[in-house]
Ligand binder design. Structure first.
Ligand code: PLP
Length: 392
């Protein structure tokens, strides 16, 4: 006997992982240099030098075994203080350590928040295109998952469609900006309009509607584009942050949830997040990584390599006739599939050893995603394949 739903989730691998693993098998057959794998969002720039140095310094201190010891479940005070200081410096906002819960990355933060918002009949709205894992996270937490159609071709937020979907049951909206998969950054104007809409509707329904801001790409923007800090626009925002991308540490698992003091039921929500983490088996985030963040919270990624890849791909692909939203952030391009069917396009590309992810699981079947955390050499070699595919 086993849980059928869990069995299904474990058996149906994500399409991104499937493609990535296919790419590894194919590389063993034809050589890594002959496979153009744009599937997985694994950072390709190293962690900043300060991170490596901090790890060495922390490990060099052998005066205490506490380096590897348990911390409090909410996270070390020094870590939370360093994060609060960094956020306050940048956004002139009122973060205190007691508003921060240190997590093993964004994913467990999101699941804890979703579980904390899961009252009877509660719904979570996701704006397409969205990170596919939101669906199992939300449904596993007991929330009904509903998709707001994409705002094609700009991939901002279709506010009229969203408004029509808001109801007494809407607990929250999950937003991800800079966005995976579109690379789009929601503008301040979009967010201000959204905030006004949610305030109006919350008053009508007599309960708050939260925004869950999933922000692993917050610092990954290009050409001076800003990522507005949502709690300063809409206080009922719960931020789920991760250092996976900004400090290139995805396998180490470190991030946080921030519940602003001005959010409705802030203290209760924070306690519920701690409780939801507890039942999911959270004990504490990795102790070593917490100490690293206490020293490195102010470090920023070196974006030059990503930016170069972004510009090369955007310029070349648009010159061949591909259409996409302007990719101002994260490390993805979301491209309209020639012929309109991204699965068919992805299958055709796969025959030429070009791996691109169909948009279906992102809620946009007419688009495909490429992740440009790759080498410039791979990009150069893959461009003729993109050109041939659109010409066919
Ligand atoms: N949210 C988005 C939009 C992501 O792209 C990812 C990872 O790719 C995550 C959350 C999960 O991040 P983490 O590695 O911190 O769990």
């Amino acid at each position: 006997m086993y849980n059928q739903k869990s069995f299904e989730l474990g058996s149906n691998r994500s399409c991104i992982r499937e493609l990535f693993e296919y790419g590894c098998r194919r590389a063993a057959e034809v050589g890594r240099e002959n496979v153009y794998d744009y599937s997985l969002g694994n950072p390709s720039v190293p962690a900043p030098a300060g991170v490596d140095q901090a790890i060495r310094d922390i490990l060099a201190d052998t005066s205490s075994v506490a380096i590897h010891g348990y911390t409090s479940a909410v996270g070390d005070l020094a870590t939370r203080q360093a994060i609060a200081d960094d956020l306050n410096d940048r956004y002139n906002t009122g973060v205190k350590p007691e508003n921060l819960f240190i997590t093993c990355g964004a994913a467990p933060g999101l699941t804890a928040v979703f579980r904390s918002l899961a009252t009877e009949n509660a719904e979570l709205l996701a704006v397409a295109p969205f990170f596919p894992e939101y669906r199992p996270f939300a449904e596993g937490a007991g929330l009904k998952f509903r998709v707001v159609p994409a705002d094609i071709p700009d991939f901002q937020i279709k506010l009229d469609a969203l408004e029509a979907m808001l109801s007494e049951n809407t607990a929250a909206i999950i937003l991800n900006s800079p966005n995976n998969p579109s690379g789009v950054v929601y503008t301040r104007e979009t967010l201000q309009k959204l905030a006004a809409l949610l305030l109006r509707k919350a008053e009508q329904f007599g309960h708050p509607i939260y925004i869950v801001a999933d922000e692993p790409y917050r610092e990954l923007t290009y050409g001076g584009v800003e990522t507005p800090f949502l709690p300063n626009i809409y206080p009922n925002t719960i931020v789920c942050y991760s250092y996976s991308k900004s400090l290139s540490l995805p396998g180490e698992r470190i991030g946080y949830v921030y519940v602003p003091e001005a959010a409705a039921d802030s203290k209760q929500l924070y306690a519920a997040i701690a409780g939801s983490s507890r039942v999911a088996g959270h004990v504490c985030a990795p102790s070593l990584l917490q100490k690293v963040i206490a020293r490195c919270a102010k470090l920023r990624p070196d974006l030059e390599a990503y930016d170069r890849n972004r510009r090369t791909l955007y310029d070349a692909l648009t010159s061949y006739g591909y259409e996409m939203a302007k990719p101002d952030g994260a490390f993805y391009l979301f491209i309209k599939a020639p012929g309109g069917d991204s699965q068919a396009f992805s299958d055709k590309a796969k025959e030429k050893d070009l791996l691109v992810v169909p948009g279906t699981d992102f809620g946009c079947p007419g688009y495909f995603r490429i992740c440009y955390c790759v080498t410039p050499e791979m990009i150069e070699k893959s461009l003729p394949v993109f050109k041939a595919l659109i010409e066919e």
